[in-house]
Design a protein around this ligand. Structure first.
Ligand code: NDP
Length: 294
């Protein structure tokens, strides 16, 4: 079997176009313009690229965007004050503090300070609690993007065996929760899992969020499975340059899977699209507008 390639770039363009339409409707029918504030502390080249893309795509979707670049010496108290000011600003519907933060700032304290209804990253404990209990959560962008791609590829996933490799709070755990909500039978694997190959071999759906280049071998993948590769690992090439690879041995897995996301061009582009989608969702909830009725 040769897998269908799930094109995250094309899919994310569709999501962003739908978001832009919703933003137009919000402006025209309700007089509301969604607004996203992004805060970055210090200079981290990878984060700067993400933030630049976020700001650009916010504008392209017709939203208001604010971009705050704070110096690396910013204290925790100063950052908390910035978050409080954004919480209090009615024009700001979504707040994103780019992680990682410099070591002298307690990330958990900053995430906890963001108003849960403006937490478009979905990292606040209130939102993880709501997700775990079937409430109206803000759902973390990367797993939400993976879910959308899976639904688009598979339709109803009821009864399927899903394996999530990785148990981080930002990807693995919320992903497992979303698959459970979609009526999958879910297994979560991690660094202490005894026989990862055996777990992969049983799964109809594999979501890999590990951070180890090509950990999941193509030969482990069940014939006809759907594989979503969240991993983004930069590895050296022979010519001294680097390349981006996922957590799955792509070419070999593509021979067995029925559908697979490439790296790059799979999950990555969906993450920012879901951030925009979450900002629209947050705006609707804050203004008592039904997002499904837009
Ligand atoms: P974390 O480092 O927080 O979590 C990694 C998880 O993988 C842990 O639960 C760890 O287990 C598990 N793990 C590590 N080694 C193994 C192993 N040998 N076998 C099985 N499980 C293992 O990473 P994140 O969840 O933040 O990110 C995962 C990957 O996804 C990274 O490559 C990251 O760059 C990428 N990413 C991509 C995004 C995108 O937009 N495309 C967004 C976010 C992340 P344990 O808990 O036991 O230590």
């Amino acid at each position: 079997m040769t897998a269908k390639i799930i094109d995250g770039k094309a899919f994310s363009a569709k999501v962003r176009a739908a978001v832009a339409t919703d933003v137009e409707t919000l402006k025209a029918k309700h007089g509301v313009t969604p607004g996203l504030a992004v805060v970055i502390v210090g200079k981290d080249p990878a984060s700067e690229i993400y933030v630049r893309n976020k700001v650009k795509q916010t504008a392209e979707a017709g939203m208001n965007g604010w971009h705050y670049e704070l110096p690396a010496e910013t204290t925790e108290a100063e950052l908390l004050a910035k978050v409080e000011a954004l919480n209090a600003d009615p024009a700001v519907n979504g707040i994103l503090v780019q992680l990682p933060l410099p070591k002298h700032i307690n990330e958990s304290a900053i995430i906890a300070a963001i108003a849960p209804e403006k937490d478009v990253d979905g990292f606040h404990v209130i939102n993880s609690g709501l997700l775990a209990t079937g409430g109206r959560a803000m759902v973390p962008c990367t797993p939400l993007g993976c879910l959308l791609m899976l639904k688009d590829t598979l339709g109803d996933m009821t009864g399927m065996k899903a394996l999530v490799v990785g148990r981080s709070n930002i990807v693995g755990k919320p992903m497992a929760q979303l698959l459970l909500d979609a009526n999958c039978t879910v297994t979560i694997a991690h660094s202490r899992t005894r026989d990862l190959a055996a777990e992969v071999a049983q799964a109809d759906i594999v979501v890999a969020a590990v951070g180890v280049p090509e950990l999941i071998k193509g030969a482990w993948v069940k014939e006809g499975a759907t594989v979503i590769d969240v991993g983004m690992n930069r590895i050296p090439k022979e010519d001294g340059k680097t390349k981006l690879v996922g957590d799955v041995e792509y070419a070999a897995a593509a021979e067995r899977a029925s559908a697979i996301t490439p790296v790059p061009g799979g999950v990555g582009p969906m993450t920012i699209a879901m951030l925009l989608r979450n900002t629209v969702t947050a705006t609707c909830r804050q203004n008592n507008i039904d997002p499904d009725a837009l």
